[in-house]
Design a protein around this ligand. Structure first.
Ligand code: ZN
Length: 221
């Protein structure tokens, strides 16, 4: 068990992932972001206990009860995942975890990928004025052009890995970028990187590619 309490984690502004998990627990995320967090919890079990503790906190707001033993919480969470009646049964080695497969409706091999920029293909799942949800397929060993974000960009790695100034992210990891981050993600050599990205505002490209697009579209920052 970590010595850091659930309350401490929630109050630490340097932990946007914990805030995202908390929003998930109280049902405050829209459908793509909810599917992203549910997939993260399936692929990467280390945050499941934290989520179970948050759910107990939320339940305690309604009804003061003795906390269940941790083993019961894990079993309950497993039951929640098991009861989420999949429409499409995932293949054992599916790149898309079940919650994402339900959102997308097809395996990645059946999707119509569009070339976004050299080395990057995209399948857009949803788009609105609030933001968009996309799958990204980035060739191994390539760099995504540097960009900033007007809002937040939450990325779940499904295959391969990428690194930026904030760290290295592999399958099941969530990377969160906000308006303060200007980054240039680089995928690992040897394996294409497939990610699921949810943004709540359009990306602003910076660097040479951004300047070219600005000139092309007459954009001003
Ligand atoms: Zn970004």
């Amino acid at each position: 068990m970590s010595a850091i309490s659930t309350q401490d984690r929630l109050q630490d502004p340097a932990k946007p992932l914990d805030a995202l998990l908390a929003a998930y627990c109280v049902g405050a995320l829209d459908r793509p972001a909810h599917a992203l967090v549910a997939s993260h919890l399936l692929l990467n079990p280390k945050n499941r206990r934290f989520v179970a503790a948050l759910e107990d906190l939320a339940a305690g707001e309604v009804e003061r009860v003795e906390p269940a033993p941790l083993s019961d919480r894990d079993a309950r969470l497993a039951a929640v995942f098991a009861s989420a009646s999949p429409i499409v049964a995932p293949a054992p080695q599916s790149v898309l975890p079940a919650p994402l497969l339900r959102l997308v409706g097809s395996e990645i091999s059946d999707l119509r990928w569009r070339k976004k920029i050299p080395g990057v293909r995209e399948y857009k799942i949803s788009e609105s004025i609030r933001g968009e949800a996309s799958l990204l397929w980035i060739s191994g060993g390539s760099r995504v052009p540097s960009h900033t974000h007007e809002g937040s960009e939450v990325t779940l790695v499904l295959q391969g890995a990428f690194s930026d100034v904030t760290g290295r992210y592999g399958r099941g990891d969530i990377a969160i970028a906000d308006a303060d981050l200007d980054h240039r993600p680089m995928t690992s050599d040897g394996e294409d990187c497939i990610c699921f990205a949810v943004t709540d505002a359009p990306l602003r490209l910076t660097g040479p590619v951004g300047r070219i697009l600005d000139r092309f579209f007459g954009r001003t920052h």
